[in-house]
Design a binder for this molecule. Structure first.
Ligand code: DX5
Ligand code: ZN
Length: 219
């Protein structure tokens, strides 16, 4: 059975037609909604916050995969649980007490994800892997959609996959940034389980067909 997932990033959707774009994802072969929350401090951009996510959640018929690109994410764990996040991902670089943060996310009833910036080594997760449900390997520097894929990601995914197997962890590997039909299959072959795709999906002529194409490629 195909367990590999596609998570369209709504950052690339038309914000004036969010309901329309969310219905497209609902009807498509996509697995999750990927929601990017940026605070203008951890990353040099501001996306959208709680009121917008609340409006989006009303229309989502698939799990919400929430990627927090914010400093001090601990302050908002309960808020995102209340908003309906199924997976809550925090950045390794934003957490002084990552182990505590992961426990708090799980205690709030969500799956706990950790995102790694391109410069952050996967080895740094060795001591927390048992507590992690998802590792989001950033394949661009976070903050913007539409950037080019960083090729070093393949090596990171392979190393992380080996670590996950060695530790008998159930953590999923998610790739975020610059995903398209040129790298999707190779990423899954390297060990990825979830591919986030923003621009490639929403800027295409038929987003729903593009999702279907990606799904087929990662079969
Ligand atoms: C980048 C975000 C990504 C972004 C991906 O900071 O975390 O989720 O939306 O967009 P594309 O697929 O356009 O690189
Ligand atoms: Zn993201």
């Amino acid at each position: 059975m195909n367990t590999n997932k596609i998570a369209p990033s709504l950052l690339a959707a038309d914000f004036a037609n969010l309901q329309r774009d969310m219905e497209m994802v609902n009807q498509s072969e996509a697995d999750w909604f990927h929601l990017d929350i940026m605070d203008g401090v951890f990353v040099p951009n501001i996306s959208f916050g709680m009121p917008v996510m609340k409006a989006m959640a009303k229309h989502a018929k698939k799990p919400l995969d929430v990627h927090l690109m914010i400093v001090d994410p601990d302050r908002y764990i309960q808020t995102f649980a209340d908003l309906g996040a199924e997976v809550l991902t925090v950045h390794y670089e934003a957490c002084t007490h990552l182990h505590r943060t992961l426990q708090a996310i799980k205690a709030a009833g969500m799956k706990a994800g950790v995102a790694l910036n391109p410069h952050t080594s996967v080895q740094l997760l060795e001591d927390t892997l048992a507590d992690i449900d998802l590792v989001c390997v950033m394949s661009v520097n976070p903050g913007f959609g539409g950037q080019s894929f960083i090729e070093n990601t393949y090596e990171k995914v392979k190393a992380l996959k080996a670590m996950i197997q060695q530790k008998n962890s159930g953590a999923l590997i998610e790739i975020d940034g610059g995903v398209n039909d040129k790298n999707a299959a190779a990423l899954v072959a390297a060990g990825a389980d979830v591919l986030v795709a923003g621009s490639f999906v929403f800027k295409s002529e038929s987003p729903s067909d593009t999702i279907a194409t990606l799904k087929k490629q990662i079969g």
